[in-house]
Write a protein that binds this ligand. Sequence first.
Ligand code: CTP
Length: 212
Amino acid sequence: MKKKTVLITAGPTREYIDPVRYISNGSSGKMGYTLAEEADRMGMDVILVSGPTNLVPSRDIKFIRVSSAKEMLTAAKKYFPKCDIFISCAAVSDYRPAKYSLEKIKKNGSPLNLKLLPNPDILLSLVKSFKQFRSRPKFIVGFALETENLIANALAKMKNKRMDMIVANNPDSIGSVRTSCALITKEKIMRFQNIPKIRLAKIILSETIISL
Ligand code: CTP
């Protein structure tokens, strides 16, 4: 089989308010990095675009470190047309502060109102603009983090963002080496309870490979 290239986004993004404070979330990056390591072990060319995490990828993996959602979009856009598979695993901050303060914001005892602007949706921007590119990945995997209506919300995201597969989970999996989730393709729904992320990564990648 011809060597496949997989682009993976992973980890959280950070949206800085001033030089020391930022808006982010608790994503550890474990799922995305585990997918990257497994894909590398399966012999694929792996490009990992990651927000700030404590993890270090293997040397074989092409690694691009970013901070904000805008930086992640720029990096992902560069590699999107060249890959066979895109796995959008990043927990992107949906909002960023409207204003960045060059100096540390001092407290003055009054409430502080922060105006937030919506960030670009990386996966949606990439699939919407794919006509600009000569080609697009043959298979797109997304994730859905939900606290309610897991399957219905995940199916809506899958359709809206033109995914071929979506992994739907709840916040309990954040930072853990295990997860409970539903893996949804156009043909089936597979449910997993407390499955190690490394095992889930192998299943996601083998389901992807057989669909190419
Ligand atoms: N995603 C993205 N860019 C964003 C937000 C999400 O690329 N700004 C991707 C994620 O990597 C994931 C999918 O879209 O693959 C769904 O992300 P999720 O956070 O579950 O949902 P949202 O689309 O942000 O919707 P909501 O927060 O309203 O549930």
